[in-house]
Design a protein around this ligand. Structure first.
Ligand code: FES
Length: 105
């Protein structure tokens, strides 16, 4: 699972970390990545002066504003979703029965 860590310390909160987290969560749902990408909060990540601090896996970013959420998600998060996970999504959908009545006899 890819973890997005968003600083919820006081400085980042004032700069919109809650709004950024909400927007990233909406994008995770939109792209049906629940269970593959998750968001957690963290206290001060020691880069307060640069704006909202975010970590995607082990890569750190700072100065991310809520207005940048969508471009950040598609450029820095979606591109990091492991291909193994992506193929699992395809495999899972291929395994779904074509009709809801199959296997219910
Ligand atoms: S409060 Fe977010 S990096 Fe310090």
């Amino acid at each position: 699972m890819l973890i997005i860590t968003i600083c919820v310390g006081s400085s980042c909160s004032l700069r919109g970390s809650d709004e950024l987290a909400s927007e990233l969560f909406r994008l995770i749902q939109k792209e049906k990545l629940e269970g593959l990408v998750d968001i957690v909060g963290a206290f001060c990540m020691d880069t307060c002066s640069k704006g909202v601090s975010v970590r995607v896996g082990d890569q750190e970013f700072s100065g991310i504003s809520p207005a940048q959420a969508e471009s950040f998600f598609y450029e820095k998060v979606l591109t990091r979703v492991d291909n193994k996970f992506a193929s699992r999504i395809v495999d899972d959908s291929a395994a779904l029965p074509s009709s809801g009545k199959e296997g219910l006899s």
